[in-house]
Ligand binder design. Sequence first.
Ligand code: NAP
Length: 212
Amino acid sequence: MKILVIGASGRVGTDLVKQLLADNHQVIGTTRQEEKLFDDDNYSQLDLDITAEKDAIQQQIEQDIDAVYFVAGSGGKDVLEVDLHGAVKTMQATEDKGIKRYIMLSTVFSLDTSKWDNPGIADLKEYYICKHYADQWLVNNSNLDYTIVQAGALKERAATGKITINDDNAGENSIADVATTLAAVLNADNTNKKVFSMHNGETAIDAALAKL
Ligand SMILES: NC(=O)c1ccc[n+]([C@@H]2O[C@H](COP(=O)([O-])OP(=O)(O)OC[C@H]3O[C@@H](n4cnc5c(N)ncnc54)[C@H](OP(=O)(O)O)[C@@H]3O)[C@@H](O)[C@H]2O)c1
């Protein structure tokens, strides 16, 4: 498949692109950095700024893309422009281009405001509000074949290959396991139009996804 990864230079994006290339996909990665991120014949790069106008974003997206991943993020600065407005513009541009599949990396409890007073979330309220409405837009205002992966805290630690989905704890994730889960979502048709939370746990990733 031909896949667009928005946020290819990020911690998750880097692992995700590596896994998609290993799975023999053709990958277009976005970054505002000039240097080419991956030396692979199946990799090409786009200088995309999602704070640009929606039409400009749309013009940069090729027509024959099979799936779009959104793994970009503001890191806490510019949350409105990047995590909310930027994200929604990429959804609109994807849909207007006639591309159906859109896989969003979101954050645990993005759609469950009752959890927002929890430690670790309360300090990130503005970011959470942005992810909340971006995810809501994807579910309620687009006709995209979405999957929203709501990950608990991202940690730079070794992959375990095992996760828990949709429990009551925010939990923590190896970044590599989040990338593996995102890559596996592409091959799991049952994840279409689903929102799920994840953290490292007890079940092999493919088996956990199969239960959705
Ligand atoms: N941190 C956590 O514990 C946690 C937990 C759950 C979910 N998440 C979500 O996971 C996302 C990815 O995390 P990460 O650690 O991999 O992020 P990261 O390393 O900070 O990477 C951020 C990515 O976003 C891109 N980006 C930022 N501003 C942009 C803009 N204006 N236009 C286009 N691209 C832009 C960056 O691209 P450039 O190369 O152009 O700078 C980079 O590829 C986070 O943003 C967050 O929403 C995080």
